[in-house]
Design a protein around this ligand. Structure first.
Ligand SMILES: CCCCCCCCCCCCC/C=C/[C@@H](O)[C@H](COP(=O)(O)O)NC(=O)CCCCC
Ligand SMILES: Nc1ncnc2c1ncn2[C@@H]1O[C@H](COP(=O)(O)OP(=O)(O)O)[C@@H](O)[C@H]1O
Ligand SMILES: [Ca+2]
Length: 469
């Protein structure tokens, strides 16, 4: 990280402190320090300047960063986390910063779009949750495309990759993007990945409706269960991150399903499937694989497939979506940068079966090994909700609605009738998208993070010497 020369008064000895990264348990990194002493002061100074020269030659390390802090997300600790845990490390590593504490939603996005002097910086740091990260990528992607005249309303346009890397200091409620790319939600670990200049490309989904751009997504696009949990939880922000647990149980009990048509373009010519036991991990082999995968991407190699039905959840996971609530994620084998998203369709089933599926997100069991769940690795997909139901469907639904009466009391939106609403909304990286009919396309490696993907535990876990956490 850095080297510091110590003055020892009335002593002819030289002394310097070297700060370095030490790996700890569960993917955490810590800043450790070692002191070198030497009887020859001049030799000691040569050590210091030699280490400093070596550090300067590592060009991937950022020197100037633009930092956005969301003071409102998570437990509202973003500012404190940055000032107490991150800023001192940046200062020690000789990184200068411009810090903006946001004053309203979309402040960071709009500042990046219109004001920020991006040429002055080597990267952007986001202090907040997935929603704050979403603001940053919307600003950066927009800025990159506008500079080159790309029409972002056209879903078929090839988007230009953003050159600035983004660092995430987790200070939100789920922080799934940080967890799924670093392996832990720990501000110090994230700061150290930024300091050492890590780089991890990430796929981005564009979401359109009728040739109009709606949003970008990098982690979860979820309709049905996760859309409903998000909508309900936003009304309970005062609860902090616990709002998701409350709304999760509530939406599980209400058991809404939604009818519609999903069409998708299966990913051809890629290594792996969503049912693999292997995981996306950092390292040279994975990097080579990633490079190849994006070279061979072609939508023309595949044919559209269509699935109609009643769904409790339609989830597209462009990364594993691992987070503390679900350590292996919604799609444990999903890759960070292979140009695909894992489309998970959970058909209407009993509450008991849906609970079995949900609980498997939190255990080692396979959440896809159920008759009502299917998963496809895709490059593109569309969803269209069904507007009106046939008479026979209505009759079946009437029979079911009597069973639902007992649960309807807890559903504020539909307190009396026990009916299921026709539409859900999309959960797009934790932001509500009210358009239901959408066209989604994956853009391979559109952005880069100051991260390296999750390291294999065997690489670094020294059981004999775990550092204190
Ligand atoms: C009835 C028991 C339910 C148990 C379900 C456990 C499964 C949890 C899977 C969580 C996947 C989360 C995917 C990540 C989404 C985030 O982008 C989003 C916003 O994050 P942030 O802005 O940092 O808050 N978080 C969510 O949508 C929360 C979903 C929680 C669902 C219980
Ligand atoms: N200063 C602010 N005041 C209010 N909302 C903000 C502010 N800055 C950012 N936001 C918005 O806060 C929302 C939640 O932020 P996020 O970082 O996702 O936290 P959480 O993980 O708790 O949801 C996002 O929609 C983001 O756009
Ligand atoms: Ca959020």
């Amino acid at each position: 990280i850095s080297v510091r020369e110590e003055d020892e008064e009335n002593s002819s000895r030289g002394r310097d402190d070297v700060m370095y990264v030490e790996r700890c348990r569960q993917h955490r990194w810590r800043c450790a320090e070692v002191t070198f002493t030497c009887s020859d002061v001049a030799l000691c100074q040569r050590w210091v300047s030699s280490i400093r020269e070596q550090l300067v030659t590592i060009t991937s390390r950022p020197k100037h960063l633009l930092v956005y802090i969301n003071p409102y997300g998570g437990k509202r600790q973003g500012k404190r986390i940055y000032e107490q845990k991150v800023a001192p490390l940046f200062a020690q590593a000789g990184i200068s910063t411009d810090v903006i504490v946001t004053e309203y939603a979309n402040h960071a996005r709009d500042h990046l779009r219109t004001e920020a002097e991006l040429k002055n910086f080597d990267g952007v740091v986001c202090v907040g949750g997935d929603g704050m990260f979403s603001e940053i990528i919307h600003g950066l992607i927009w800025r990159t495309q506008i500079d080159d005249g790309v029409d972002t309303n056209c879903p078929d346009e090839t988007l230009l990759p953003c050159s600035l890397r983004i660092g995430i200091i987790p200070a939100g409620s789920t922080d799934c993007i940080c967890f799924a790319t670093v392996g832990t939600n720990d501000p110090v670990t994230s700061a150290l990945h930024i300091i050492v200049g890590d780089s991890q490309p990430i796929d981005v989904c564009s979401v359109h409706h009728n040739n109009t751009f709606l949003r970008y997504s990098v982690s979860l696009l979820g309709y049905g269960f996760y859309g409903d949990v998000l909508t309900d939880s936003e009304r309970k922000r005062w609860m902090g991150p616990a709002r998701y647990d409350f709304s999760g149980v509530k939406m599980f009990l209400t058991h809404h399903y939604y009818e519609g048509t999903v069409s998708y373009l299966p990913a051809r010519g890629i290594v792996g499937t969503p049912r693999d036991a292997t995981r996306c991990r950092s390292g040279l082999a994975a990097e080579r694989e990633r490079g190849q995968i994006c070279l061979f991407v072609s939508e023309n190699d595949s044919e559209w497939r269509t699935v109609r039905g009643k769904f409790l959840a339609i989830n597209a996971a462009s990364m594993s979506c691992a987070c503390p609530r679900s350590p292996k994620g919604l799609s444990p084998a999903a890759h960070l940068a292979n140009g695909t998203t894992d489309l998970i369709l959970v058909r209407k089933c009993s509450r008991f079966d849906f609970l079995r599926h949900l609980l498997r997100h939190t255990s080692k069991d396979d959440q896809f090994d159920l008759t009502f769940v299917e998963v496809h690795r895709v490059r593109r997909f569309r969803f269209t909700p069904r507007h009106c139901q046939s008479d026979s469907d209505l009759e079946l639904d009437l029979q079911e609605s009597s069973k639902r009466q007992i649960f309807s009391q807890i559903c504020r939106d539909h307190p009396a009738c026990g009916c299921t609403p026709t539409y859900s909304s999309w959960n797009c990286d934790g932001e509500i998208l009210t358009h239901t009919a959408i066209d989604v396309r994956v853009h391979c490696q559109l952005i880069k993070l100051f991260a390296r993907g999750i390291e294999e535990p065997a690489v670094f876990e020294d059981v004999a010497n775990p550092c204190a956490i």
